[in-house]
Design a protein around this ligand. Structure first.
Ligand code: FAD
Ligand code: NAI
Length: 465
């Protein structure tokens, strides 16, 4: 071991990389983490999960005051938007949390190598002109925005932006066009709609939120329309023309038909993200990418190159912070000779709009491809807490194996669906049947009771509908 500077060197300090580095250090391994950004925490803490949630949270309050939701509960206010302060609290949230990771690195004696790392060989990287060697190197370089051919993103100008630009707008656009009806488009589109923008979402597919259960996707379209978004589903963007501070977005039906143009002050391009391996020098270690530009690993997160591991957005699977974190824990434990496992069948996904959309496990469509299923559904309208809180939208859906009753998937639309889905994930990790959930005592009155009732509905016996 003495031949190497480190036992473990992690490249990238996002939720995958920083967790891997801290866990490796906790396990007694001499650890370094290379990160080129000025602050730790990766996409998630700097320009992703955290700043987007800061704006979603604040804009939700504004919307509740502006749209009459507060007045309906006897709170009469006329909100006035102070966007500088709102953006200030977003920056504070990011600063606090990224600083927190720096503190944790110091506490756990993880060396932060400041700069972008490039492989020299499988055990050596160069960072800012210096070389460092390690017995194990973990690639956790994350992902970046997928560009739309022919459409130039210029966050500084603020007309055609990606998610980072859309978080930093200094005024509320009058008209915003969102290209892509996925998670980013709906979350950030919701932020600016709540603050007063007219938002049009252009989605290539026939429904929003690909990957989610079809019932959820159809309901999402109804809910976002009701909230005032214009949805152009089954529509493709053929070009964006920018003149000064305005843009014209040309669209046409995906299956062919009449073209039209939509005026916009801001165009958000949110058509997905792709693995970030630029400048890593993978050719120097003979590591090839798959057809989707991802690094393939085995079950233990080892790549084909001895001593080189990979986790997070840069490998296959959902591009989610908690998936990256769990892989970070597992890879460090595997390097330390323990058994680190991630169950990729049980990774929850949440869209943090209002209501929230959440799911874990199989969609009904995917479950049916594997065999016969039983499905139980329960509307939030019949849940006492949601009804009392004036939150009628949504439902819970539990999908179970028709023969064994084992839960295969749970889908939720509710104000707190992101919190509710945790119990479903836990139940599935423990191999629960729908009957197990139905006979678990849930506190009353809580939104979570809707999960119990949906589980009861699998065998046809909910109480409240
Ligand atoms: P990243 O977080 O992308 O971190 C990789 C880091 O590696 C970066 O800091 C980069 O600078 C660094 N790096 C790259 N190359 C090198 C190199 N050669 N040398 C040194 N450093 C390098 N996920 C959720 O689960 N929940 C959410 O609410 C959520 N919201 C999101 C909102 C937005 C707007 C976006 C864009 C993403 C969101 N995500 C969310 C996705 C989440 O951010 C990612 O899945 C997660 O950050 C992936 O973690 P990672 O560690 O793999 O990579
Ligand atoms: P996405 O994959 O969620 O959605 C992209 C959408 O764009 C899809 O619906 C796709 O059909 C559509 N699309 C693709 N090309 C198009 C075109 N030319 N014209 C119109 N529509 C087109 O990707 P998104 O929203 O960019 O998010 C990227 C990643 O970040 C996701 O994988 C997601 O997991 C992660 N993320 C997670 C969040 C969360 O967990 N709450 C929040 C934000 C991002």
């Amino acid at each position: 071991m003495a031949d190497y500077d480190y036992d473990v060197l992690v490249i990238g300090a996002g939720p995958g990389g920083y967790v891997a580095a801290i866990r490796a250090a906790q396990l007694g391994l001499k650890t370094a983490c290379a990160e080129g950004r000025a602050t730790l925490g990766g996409t998630c803490l700097n320009v992703g999960c955290i700043p987007s949630k800061a704006l979603l949270h604040a804009s939700e309050y504004f919307d509740a005051a502006a749209n009459g939701a507060m007045a309906s509960m006897g709170i009469k206010v006329k909100p006035e938007l102070d966007l500088d302060t709102m953006q200030g609290q977003r920056k504070d949230a990011v600063k606090g949390l990224t600083g927190g990771i720096e503190f944790l690195f110091k506490k756990n004696k993880v060396d932060w190598l400041k700069g972008y790392a490039q492989f020299q060989d499988a055990h050596t990287v160069e960072v800012d002109g210096k070389t460092y060697s390690a017995k194990n190197i973990v690639i956790a370089t994350g992902s970046s925005v997928t560009p739309l051919p022919g459409v130039e993103i210029d966050n500084a100008k603020g007309v055609v932006v990606d998610s980072t630009g859309a978080l930093e707008l200094s005024s509320v656009p009058k008209k915003m066009v969102v290209i892509g009806g996925g998670v980013i488009g709906l979350e950030l589109g919701s932020v600016w709609r709540r603050l007063g923008a007219e938002v049009t979402v252009v989605e290539f597919l026939d429904q929003l939120l690909p990957g989610m259960d079809m019932d959820v996707r159809k309901e999402a379209a109804k809910i976002f329309k009701k909230q005032g978004m214009t949805l152009k589903l089954g529509t493709k963007v053929t070009g964006v023309e920018v003149k000064g501070k305005k843009a014209k977005v040309s669209v046409e039906p995906a299956k062919g038909g009449d073209a039209e143009t939509i005026d916009a002050d801001v165009v958000l391009v949110a058509i997905g993200r792709r693995p970030d391996v630029d400048g890593l020098g993978l050719d120097k270690i003979g590591l090839e990418l798959n057809q989707r530009g991802q690094i393939e690993t085995d079950h233990d997160f080892a790549t084909k190159v001895d001593g080189v591991w990979a986790i997070g957005d840069v490998i296959p699977g959902p591009m989610l912070a908690h998936k990256a974190e769990d892989e970070g824990l597992a890879v460090a434990e595997n390097i330390a000779g323990m058994t680190g496992i991630v169950n990729h069948d049980v990774i929850p996904g949440v869209v943090y709009t209002q209501p929230e959309f959440a799911g874990v496990g199989l969609t009904e469509e995917a479950a049916k491809e594997r065999g016969a299923v039983k499905v139980g559904k329960f509307p939030m309208l019949a849940n006492s807490r949601a009804k009392t809180n004036h939150e009628p939208d949504g439902f819970v859906k539990v999908i179970a194996d028709a023969e064994t009753d084992r839960v295969l998937g749970v889908w939720c639309i509710a104000s707190v669906a992101g919190t509710m889905i945790a119990q479903a994930a836990q139940a599935m990790e423990f191999g629960a049947t729908s009957e197990d959930i139905a006979y678990t005592c849930h506190a009353h009155p809580t939104h979570s009771e809707a999960i119990k009732e949906a589980a009861m509905a699998v065998t046809g016996k909910p109480i409240h509908i």
